[in-house]
Each structure stands twice: as structure tokens, then as C-alpha cells.
Ligand binder design. Structure first.
Ligand code: MG
Length: 370
């Protein structure tokens, strides 16, 4: 087979305004400060990737990502973009960690491979796009009254599931859930996320107190490094525990599964380093009898499209938290996954990931070409 060669790589910052600031237990986000990577190969093929650095979760920023992307791009130039495993190894040898910026490169490589194959990404991954994809909608931290009003608004908009951010204090968090259930009733599925905000003892107390409120699962109740105590929380909680911040890559997945530390995993490309490692996490989960959710940071519809392809190819992914772009005040994406209302997303049926960025939108962004 004739090999392709990477000719140049565009590194672009992507700033997207939010409808309003977003608060979780770790802090508040005022702007989506993302990164776009475009890998140009010979024969006119271009692969596009996007990543959303979250400083409080992954320890990465847009400005650091921009510099590291230049380093990574320099190491990839002239090499075969279709040999994805080798290119990911090149990046891991170039710099430790930095999974989020690496995930933008990984996504671009998969886009390029799927375009070369002439297949939508989900088909390249062995999927059939036969399942409907419905996202939950997230209620961010605020007063119980405000959160209850927001939850009711989302229920009335037709979202099938409400996700609720918690993680400040026992009194506030229990009051939040009580107020939300009083507003939206007991039937609509609800899931919660403490974003590491509780200590072990408090987590167990709160999860027991929340048992009557029909909650599907709770993400990351305690600090991400405390895997042993996560197991303890799981053992005492009537609500299933989902690892999020504590499961970044496939090695974390193997450790947590081996320890029996959680019931479920939340997979995000920004944590895993991209699609390649997300496949590994999901495979480890499947082998351990752990079902998975996919989640997002503050990605635009472009990275959410890639996530949708992954979902369409992996039946072990059964919960979808794909709502970041619904909090954005502007949409920089052309093509891509289409929002059909009431939480439903529809995947594009063209080769690759199936989207791009509006040239008018990204021309005002900081950019370099390696
Ligand atoms: Mg989470």
C-alpha cells in the first residue's frame, strides 16, 4: 500500500461564548476555550480534531495546549497519518500526559483515516448507527430554587434525563435534590455529579439520604485520587457510583475495574487522550461488566460529532451526557451532528467525522501552521 504523509498541521484556538457562566463544585467557567487541530496530508486529505481543556479536571489550558500542540505537530510532520498507534506513541514519547491536547490530534487522525476509507467514522469503528442518541441536560450549581426552575424548564423542553451538579455541602445538596424532585416529579430519570466535592463519610451520608429520590447514578463523589475510598463509598451507597475524573485513561480503567471501585465509567476524549484510548477503556469496562457513559467538557458540536460516532459503534456505552454545545451562545461548526430537539442528536452520514469549522468564525482566532 502507498503511504500517506503529513505535510502540515494547523493549530488553532477556538473561543466560544457561553449562554451563561457554568458552575460546578470545582469552580466556574465563563468561556469555552478550546483547540482545533487540522492535519493536512498529501493527496488533499485533511483530518480535523477538537479538544476542550479543563484546567480543574485535566490540568490543561488553551494557551499551554497551543504551545504543546506546536511541539507535537513538529514531531508528526512527514510521518504516515494512517498509522494511528505509531503516531500516538510519537506524541506520548514527546511529552508525558496532556491527554486533552493529544485527543485533538487523535481525533484528527481518525477523521483522516475514515475519509481515506470513504466511511463515516462510526462504520470505520464497526458500528451501525442503529441506536438513537439522546443526551441528558445538565443543571449546574445554584440555589435549590434556581436549580429546580432550570430542571423543570429542561423537562418541559423534552429532555429525557436531567443531570444535576452537586458537591458543596450535605445540607445544600439534599435540599437541591428535594426541590428539584418536587418541581419535576419522581418519574423522569435523574443522575447526579458531585465532581469530587464530598469527603468519604459525607458522601456515604448524602447518598443514603438521596436514596428515595430515584437517582440513576452518582458521578465522582470524592477526590479523584482516592480509589480505595471510592470502593468504600460504592460498598455503602444505595445509588450506583460512576467514576469520572478518576478514570482518565485505560490504565485507570483497568485499576478501578480490578479494585471493584465503581459501578460505571464516564468516558471523555479530553481525559482518555482521544478515541483510541476510549476504545480501550470501553473494552476493559465491557470485560469487567461495567457499563459506560460518554461525557464532555465544553466541546463544540464538532467534538460531540466524534463522540456520537463512538457511541454509535459501542453498545456498552449506554448513557449519553452530550450537552456541552447546548450551553454555547454561538455555533462555529458546519455540518456535523444535528440537534433535533428534546435531547436527540442525529449523526452525519458522510465519510470521516462529517463536519468542519466555519472559516469566518475561526479566521479571527489565534493560529499557527507547523
Ligand atoms: Mg462528571
Amino acid at each position: 500500500m502507498e503511504n500517506l504523509k503529513i505535510e502540515k498541521i494547523e493549530v488553532i484556538e477556538l473561543n466560544i461564548a457561553l449562554k451563561e457562566p457554568i458552575s460546578i463544585s470545582l469552580g466556574t467557567v465563563y468561556l469555552a476555550e478550546n483547540m482545533v487541530i487540522k492535519i493536512h496530508a498529501d493527496k488533499g486529505l485533511t483530518g480535523i480534531g477538537e479538544a476542550s481543556p479543563e484546567i480543574k479536571i485535566a490540568g490543561e489550558t488553551q494557551s499551554a495546549g497551543f504551545e504543546i500542540a506546536k511541539l507535537l505537530a513538529t514531531g508528526l510532520k512527514g510521518k504516515d497519518p494512517l498509522a494511528i498507534e505509531d503516531r500516538l506513541r510519537d506524541m506520548d514519547h514527546a511529552i508525558h500526559g496532556n491527554h486533552t491536547i493529544k485527543s485533538a490530534f487523535d481525533m484528527a487522525l481518525y477523521d483522516l483515516l475514515a475519509k481515506k476509507a470513504g466511511l463515516p467514522l462510526y462504520q470505520l469503528l464497526g458500528g451501525g448507527n442503529t441506536r438513537e442518541i439522546y443526551t441528558d441536560m445538565t443543571v449546574y450549581l445554584g440555589s435549590p430554587e434556581r436549580m429546580a426552575a432550570q430542571a423543570l424548564e429542561y423537562k418541559n423542553e423534552g429532555f429525557p434525563t436531567i443531570k444535576v451538579k452537586l458537591g458543596t455541602s450535605e445540607k445544600e445538596d439534599i435540599e437541591r435534590i428535594r426541590a428539584i424532585r418536587a418541581a419535576i416529579g419522581d418519574e423522569i430519570p435523574m443522575r447526579i455529579d458531585a465532581n469530587q466535592g464530598w469527603d468519604t463519610v459525607t458522601a456515604i451520608k448524602i447518598l443514603k439520604a438521596l436514596e428515595p429520590y430515584n437517582i440513576e447514578h452518582c458521578e465522582e463523589p470524592i477526590p479523584h485520587w482516592n480509589n480505595t475510598h471510592l470502593r468504600r463509598v460504592r460498598d455503602h451507597s444505595p445509588i450506583p457510583i460512576m467514576a469520572d475524573e478518576s478514570v482518565s485513561d485505560h490504565r485507570d480503567a483497568f485499576r478501578l475495574a480490578s479494585m471493584g471501585a465503581c459501578d460505571y465509567f464516564n468516558i471523555k476524549f479530553a481525559k482518555s487522550g482521544g478515541i483510541h484510548n476510549a476504545i480501550k477503556i470501553n473494552a476493559i469496562a465491557e470485560a469487567a461488566g461495567i457499563r459506560t457513559q460518554v461525557g464532555c467538557m465544553s466541546e463544540s458540536r464538532y467534538a460531540l460529532t466524534a463522540l456520537g460516532h463512538f457511541v454509535a459503534a459501542k453498545n456498552n456505552v449506554v448513557w449519553f451526557d452530550i450537552d456541552s454545545s447546548l450551553s454555547h451562545a454561538e455555533d462555529p461548526v458546519t455540518g456535523g451532528i444535528q440537534y433535533k430537539g428534546k435531547g436527540r442528536w442525529e449523526l452525519p452520514e458522510i465519510p470521516g467525522i462529517g463536519g468542519d469549522f466555519d472559516p469566518g468564525f475561526i479566521e479571527k482566532m489565534k493560529k499557527t501552521i507547523i
